[in-house]
Write a protein that binds this ligand. Structure first.
Ligand code: ADP
Length: 599
C-alpha cells in the first residue's frame, strides 16, 4: 500500500476517539485495516499558517468497514468526512544509536529539540524523528559478504558515548539471510550499511530499525531460538541496605513501590537509578503533575554518576505530564520498555523505572470508558490484570544471539489514592511483581528513611536467589536475614503493648527485644541519602555490617534493669551510626569498630 493513500474518512468524533469509515477498494470491498495500525487524520480545516496537519492515531477496534481510532493529539476541529490516511505500520519506535541521553515524550518525540525549535509544547500534527538523522556514527562491520545471519545477529557496532552499540540484523527478519553487501565508515542512521539476501528478496539494513512498541523486541528472537530466556539468578545490587539485604530485587526481576505523597518516592527512585549496578537506566515519567516531571528532566542531567561522568549519558527519559493527551500517556510505558529491551538485547543490564503505573492504568481506563467497554472494578477495564501482567512479563534475563546475558529489571511505582493498597491497580501489581517495597507515610513522618515499611514489604527473591546468597554472603545468610525480620516484628508487637501498658508493663526480656529491634532499624534499615558515605553501601560492606550487628544483637548479655538496657543499646546504635558515616577502613572507621567490639 502507498504510505500516503487516503483509505477512510471520519465518521464520528468523541473526545480523542474517532470512528472512521473505510473507503472501498477498486474491487468494491472496504480497504483492509488492522488493530494497532497507525493512521493519520488530515483535518480539512487547516492549522496555523495554513499548514496541513496530520494527526497521529492508533486503531483500537475494527468492525466491518469501520474502525475506532485513538488520536494522540487534540481532536479540535476534526470534522465528519475528513480524510484518513493509513500508514500500514503499527505504533513503533526508532531503535538505533543516539537514544542515550535523550528526553522523549510518549511517542518518541525528542523534547529538547522541540523545545529549542517550538517552545515547550509540540505543535499539533508535527512529527520529529526520534533519532537525529544528521548525526554520523562510525560503523565497523563484524560480518563479511557471504556471511549468514538471522534476526538479532550482530552485523557491526558503533561507539555511542561509553557504550559499544551493536547494530543487529532486523528483529523481524524471517529465517536466515546472506550478507550480500556491507560497508564501513561514518554514516547517519538512514544510510544503508549492509544488504541482506533472503529466499524471497534483498533488504537494505541501516543503523536504525523501527519496532512496534506493543510487541516485545525479544519475542521473535526467542521464538526462533536465536536468543534464550533464563531464570534470574543474581540480585540487582542497589547499595541500599534495606533493599539488598532484606527485600532484594533480582536482575531481570520485577518490583513495585507504592508511595503515598511525600513518603520519599522520588528520592528512593533517584537513589536506585544512580547507584544500582546496571549499565543503562530508562525512566518513564508518566502523567504525574507537570512540575514533578520538569523536576525529573532538570535534575537528572546534573546528577553525577558514581560510575563516572553524568548519569544522563546512560539514561533515556520518557516523559509525559498529565496535561498531555491520555493516549500518549498510555503509549509511553511501551515506548520505554521497547527501548530498554533493545539495549538488553545487546547484552546490557538495563533498569526501567515506570512512574507511575497508576497513571498508565488510568489512561487505559479513560480509553476503555470512551469505547464503552464493559467496566470491571472501579471502572477499570476487565483486562486490567492481564495488561499489568503482560507489562511486567517484558522484564527478564536473556541470553542474546552471541551468548551474552542481558537483563531488564522493571520497577513500577503505584500511587494509590489515599494510600489505599486495596485499589485495583495496586492489587493487580502485587499479584504480578516479586518484590514489594511499601513506602509508609508514618515512617516518613518519623524521618526513618528510606521510609520503606519492613513489616509491610516482602520479596520472593530472597528465597529464589538463595544460592547466590550462600555463595556470596555466607552459608546461613537467608536464615539470618529472616531471623532479623522476626526481631523487627517482635519489636513492633512489644512497642504496641507498651503503648497501652507503659514501659513498666513489659518484662525485662521484652524490653531488651524491643531495643534490639530499634537498634537494627536505626543502624541497618535507615540510611541517609544525603550523606556522601552512608548514601551508598556496597554489598561487601553490607555483609560486614550485618554480621557485626548480628553478633552484637545475639550475644548473651546480663542487664540489671531497663535503664541499663536502654543505655547499652543507645550507645551501640550511636557507634554503629558513626561507623556508617565513616569511609571504609578510615581511622574513624577503625576507631568505631574498636569501640563496638569493646561495648
Ligand atoms: P515524594 O516523592 O514521595 O513526594 P520525596 O522523595 O520528594 O517525596 O521526599 C520528600 C522529602 O523527604 C525529601 O525532600 C527529603 O527531605 C526526605 N527524604 C526522602 N527520602 C530520603 C532519604 N532516603 N534520606 C533522607 N531524606 C529523605
Amino acid at each position: 500500500m502507498n504510505s500516503r493513500q487516503v483509505t477512510a474518512k471520519v465518521k464520528g468524533v468523541r473526545d480523542d476517539i474517532v470512528t472512521i469509515q473505510m473507503l472501498s477498494n477498486a474491487d468494491g470491498t472496504p480497504f483492509p485495516i488492522i488493530k494497532n495500525e497507525v493512521v493519520h487524520i488530515c483535518p480539512t480545516r487547516l492549522g496555523v499558517e495554513g499548514r496541513q496537519e496530520f494527526l497521529k492515531a492508533e486503531v483500537l477496534r475494527v468492525r466491518f468497514g469501520e474502525a475506532d481510532v485513538q488520536v494522540f493529539e487534540s481532536t479540535r476541529g476534526v470534522a465528519i468526512g475528513d480524510p484518513v490516511e493509513q500508514t500500514g505500520h503499527m505504533l513503533s519506535v526508532s531503535l538505533g544509536p543516539g537514544l542515550l541521553g535523550q528526553v522523549y515524550d510518549g511517542l518518541q518525540n525528542p523534547l529538547e529539540l522541540i523545545a529549542s525549535q517550538h517552545g515547550f509544547f509540540l505543535p499539533r500534527g508535527l512529527e520529529v524523528s526520534g533519532i537525529d538523522p544528521h548525526q554520523h556514527w562510525a560503523f565497523v562491520p563484524v560480518v563479511k559478504i557471504g556471511a549468514k545471519v538471522r534476526a538479532g545477529d550482530v552485523i557491526g557496532a558503533v561507539q555511542e558515548g561509553r557504550f559499544k552499540h551493536k547494530i543487529m540484523a532486523p528483529f523481524g527478519l524471517q529465517g536466515e539471510a546472506e550478507v550480500s553487501w556491507v560497508q564501513e565508515g561514518s554514516f547517519n542512521v538512514t544510510t544503508p550499511v549492509a544488504r541482506l539476501k533472503t529466499d524471497r528478496n534483498e533488504i537494505e539494513v541501516t543503523m536504525q530499525q523501527q519496532w512496534p512498541v506493543r510487541v516485545p523486541v525479544s519475542e521473535p528472537l526467542l521464538r526462533a531460538g536465536n536468543s534464550k530466556r533464563l531464570f534470574p539468578n543474581e540480585p540487582l545490587l542497589t547499595t541500599i541496605r534495606l533493599i539488598d539485604t532484606f527485600f532484594p530485587i533480582a536482575r531481570g526481576g520485577t518490583a513495585c513501590i507504592p508511595g503515598p505523597f511525600g513518603a520519599g518516592k522520588t528520592v528512593l527512585q533517584s537513589l536506585i537509578s544512580r547507584f544500582s549496578d546496571v549499565d543503562i537506566v530508562v525512566i518513564v515519567a508518566c502523567g504525574e503533575r507537570a512540575g514533578e516531571v520538569v523536576e525529573t528532566i532538570t535534575e537528572f542531567p546534573n546528577m553525577a554518576d558514581p560510575k563516572g561522568g553524568s548519569l544522563m549519558d546512560r539514561t533515556v527519559i520518557i516523559c509525559n505530564t498529565s496535561s498531555m493527551p491520555v493516549a500518549a500517556r498510555e503509549a509511553s510505558i511501551y515506548t520505554g520498555i521497547t527501548i530498554a529491551e533493545y539495549y538488553r538485547q545487546m547484552g546490557n543490564n538495563v533498569l526501567l523505572i515506570a512512574d507511575s503505573t497508576s497513571r498508565w492504568a488510568q489512561a487505559m481506563r479513560e480509553t476503555s470508558g470512551r469505547l464503552e467497554e464493559i467496566p470491571g472494578e472501579e471502572a477499570f477495564p476487565a483486562y486490567l490484570d492481564s495488561s499489568v501482567r503482560a507489562l511486567y512479563e517484558r522484564a527478564g534475563l536473556i541470553e542474546n544471539n552471541e551468548g551474552q546475558r542481558g537483563s531488564l529489571t522493571l520497577i513500577g511505582t503505584v500511587s494509590p489514592a489515599g494510600g489505599n493498597f486495596e485499589e485495583p491497580v495496586t492489587q493487580s501489581t502485587l499479584r504480578t511483581v516479586k518484590s514489594f517495597l511499601g513506602l509508609s507515610a508514618e515512617r516518613a513522618y518519623k524521618r526513618a528513611y528510606p521510609a520503606v515499611d519492613p513489616l509491610l514489604s516482602w520479596s520472593r527473591y530472597l528465597e529464589q536467589l538463595s544460592d547466590w546468597y550462600s555463595t556470596h554472603m555466607g552459608e546461613d545468610w537467608v536464615e539470618q536475614v529472616k531471623s532479623m525480620q522476626k526481631l523487627l516484628q517482635a519489636g513492633e508487637e512489644i512497642q504496641q503493648m507498651m503503648q497501652v501498658t507503659g514501659e513498666e508493663g513489659v518484662t525485662l526480656d521484652d524490653y531488651i527485644t524491643y531495643h534490639k529491634a530499634i537498634c537494627l532499624d536505626q543502624v541497618y534499615l535507615q540510611q541517609d541519602a544525603f550523606d556522601p558515605v552512608d548514601a551508598s553501601t556496597t554489598v561487601e560492606r553490607q555483609k560486614a555490617l550485618f554480621h557485626e550487628l548480628l553478633g552484637c544483637l545475639t550475644k548473651a548479655r546480663e542487664f540489671g534493669d531497663k535503664e541499663e538496657v536502654r543505655a547499652h543499646y543507645t550507645k551501640l546504635t550511636g557507634l554503629f551510626r558513626n561507623l556508617n558515616y565513616s569511609r571504609l577502613h578510615s581511622p574513624d572507621y577503625r576507631k568505631y569498630e574498636g569501640e563496638i567490639k569493646a561495648t
